[in-house]
Unconditional design. Structure first.
Length: 428
C-alpha cells in the first residue's frame, strides 16, 4: 500500500496482535494508504487512541457494529474507561467515528480469493453469520453488512501468555460471541483446554448454585492457530466488585457439579498427587519441583480432604452477576480431582498479587487468612487448610512451569519466588 506502514513489523502490542490476526503474507495490511493493485479491501479498523499507544482495534463499516463494540459489556469496565467508551459509542451510532481522524488499519486480500481462507473474521462469518450454517453464500469477497461478522480486538503489550480475544458482532450490532486465539504452544493449550471444559459444563446447566458459563459455539484450527468461540455474555451482566466476599455456595457447586459431597480421601494415593508427581518430572525446573512434591506428600499425605472440580482462575474479573445469579468465564485452567478449596485459595492469592502487587510471601499470608475465615464453609479444619494452602502453591508453580515450557516464558512475579516459598514451607 503506497505511503503506508505495515504494523506487523512493529515490536509493540499492535505488531503482536496484527501478526496473530493477519499472519498470512498474502493479506495486505497497512495504516494509511490504498490497497495494492489486484487487492480488495475486506475490513477497516480504527486504531484507538493512536498507533503509538494502540489499545483497541475498532471495526468500521457498520455504524451499529462499531457502536456495539464500544458499548457492549461496559458495566464490566472501570468507570473512566466506561465513560470514554460511552461517549465514543454514542458518536459511532451516527457514523461520526468513521469520519474522525483516528488512524485506520486497512485489510485487503488478493481479488478473487475467498477471504475466509485468509481472514478469521470472514471464516467466522461463514460459521456464525446469518443465514444459518449450510445456507449457500456468495463466493469471493462479497459481504452483506447484516450477515458479516465484525470483530473488535483489544491491544495489549506483547506477552507469550496473552491470547488475542475478538468480540464478535453482526451488522445490526447484535453480539455474536467471543473468539479466543491460541497462537503459540502455551496459548493453544489454554484455548483447547477451555473448549474442553465448556463442553463438559454443558452437562451441568441448571445445577443449583452453579454459576452460568458461556456455551461453546465452535472450535476450529485456523492458520495453525487454535480458536474457540463462545456465546456472548448476557447483555446486562454486571461486574462483581473486587472487594466482594467469596461465594462459597458457588464454589461448592463448581466442585461438586450437582453431586453430593464426596467422602474425604487421603492426599497419599490420590490421583491429584500422582498427577503432580508426573508433572514435576517433566517440568522446567523439575530438579526442584520433584522434591517439592515429595515433601508435600510427606507433610500432608495422611490428611483426608474432599476432592472435586475447580474453575482454575476464580477471581472477581472473571465473574459477573446477571438475573440474581453468578456468571463465570475464562475456564481455561479448569480441572477435576483437586482439593476442594483451591478456588478460594486462588481468589485470595490473585487478589493480592494482581490487585495489590503483593509479593508472593505476602500473598500466601492472604491465602491462609481467607482459608481461616471461610474454610469452615468448605469443610476445612486446620489440618485440611494447611494441605490446601501447600498443595495449591505447588499446583500454581507447576502451572507456571508448564506454561514456561510451552513457550510462554517465566512469570517473573511467581518464579522463582513461588517455589522458594513452597520449599521453605515444606522444609523439614
Amino acid at each position: 500500500m503506497t505511503g503506508s506502514v505495515d504494523p506487523r513489523a512493529r515490536g509493540d502490542g499492535l505488531g503482536w496482535v496484527t501478526r496473530a490476526l493477519f499472519g498470512d503474507p498474502r493479506v495486505a495490511l497497512a495504516v494509511r494508504g490504498h490497497p495494492p493493485a489486484g487487492h480488495t479491501v475486506m475490513a477497516r479498523y480504527a486504531v484507538l487512541p493512536s498507533v503509538a499507544r494502540a489499545r483497541f482495534l475498532l471495526p468500521l463499516g457498520s455504524p451499529r457494529a462499531t457502536a456495539a463494540a464500544l458499548l457492549a459489556y461496559n458495566a464490566l469496565r472501570p468507570a473512566k474507561v466506561r465513560a470514554v467508551r460511552a461517549a465514543l459509542g454514542a458518536a459511532a451510532r451516527t457514523g461520526v467515528v468513521d469520519r474522525v481522524p483516528f488512524p485506520v488499519l486497512t485489510v485487503a486480500v488478493p481479488t478473487g480469493l475467498d477471504a475466509a481462507e485468509l481472514l478469521l473474521a470472514d471464516r467466522l462469518t461463514a460459521l456464525l453469520g446469518d443465514p444459518p450454517l449450510g445456507t449457500a453464500r456468495p463466493a469471493g469477497p462479497a459481504r452483506c453488512p447484516r450477515s458479516a461478522i465484525y470483530a473488535a480486538c483489544g491491544v495489549r503489550p506483547p506477552d507469550p501468555n496473552h491470547k488475542p480475544t475478538l468480540q464478535l458482532f453482526d451488522g445490526t450490532g447484535r453480539p455474536r460471541g467471543y473468539a479466543k486465539i491460541g497462537w503459540n504452544g502455551a496459548t493453544r493449550l489454554l484455548v483447547t483446554a477451555e473448549a474442553a471444559a465448556l463442553r463438559e459444563l454443558s452437562g451441568v446447566a441448571g445445577v443449583a448454585g452453579h454459576p452460568g458459563a458461556p456455551r461453546l459455539l465452535t472450535e476450529l484450527t485456523w492458520a495453525g492457530q487454535a480458536v474457540a468461540v463462545t456465546e456472548p455474555l448476557p447483555a446486562r451482566v454486571r461486574a462483581v466488585p473486587a472487594g466482594a466476599p467469596p461465594d462459597l455456595a458457588a464454589l461448592l457447586a463448581v466442585a461438586r457439579r450437582g453431586r453430593p459431597p464426596a467422602a474425604p480421601r487421603p492426599l497419599a494415593g490420590s490421583p491429584f498427587l500422582a498427577r503432580l508427581a508426573v508433572q514435576a518430572q517433566g517440568a522446567a525446573g523439575g530438579s526442584r519441583a520433584v522434591p517439592a512434591v515429595a515433601a508435600l506428600a510427606r507433610r500432608h499425605g495422611d490428611v483426608a480432604v474432599e476432592f472435586g472440580h475447580w474453575h482454575g482462575d476464580w477471581v472477581p474479573w472473571n465473574l459477573g452477576r446477571h438475573g440474581g445469579g453468578l456468571v463465570a468465564w475464562d475456564w481455561e485452567h479448569s480441572g477435576a480431582d483437586v482439593p476442594v478449596g483451591f478456588d478460594l485459595a486462588h481468589d485470595a492469592f490473585q487478589r493480592a498479587v494482581v490487585l495489590r502487587a503483593a509479593p508472593v510471601a505476602a500473598a500466601v499470608v492472604e491465602v491462609e487468612a481467607a482459608l481461616a475465615r471461610h474454610g469452615d464453609g468448605l469443610g476445612l479444619d486446620a489440618r485440611r487448610r494447611g494441605l490446601v494452602t501447600d498443595a495449591y502453591l505447588v499446583e500454581m508453580w507447576l502451572r507456571t512451569a508448564r506454561l514456561a515450557g510451552a513457550g510462554a516464558g517465566w512469570n517473573r512475579k511467581l518464579h522463582p519466588a513461588l517455589l522458594d516459598v513452597v520449599e521453605e514451607r515444606l522444609r523439614g
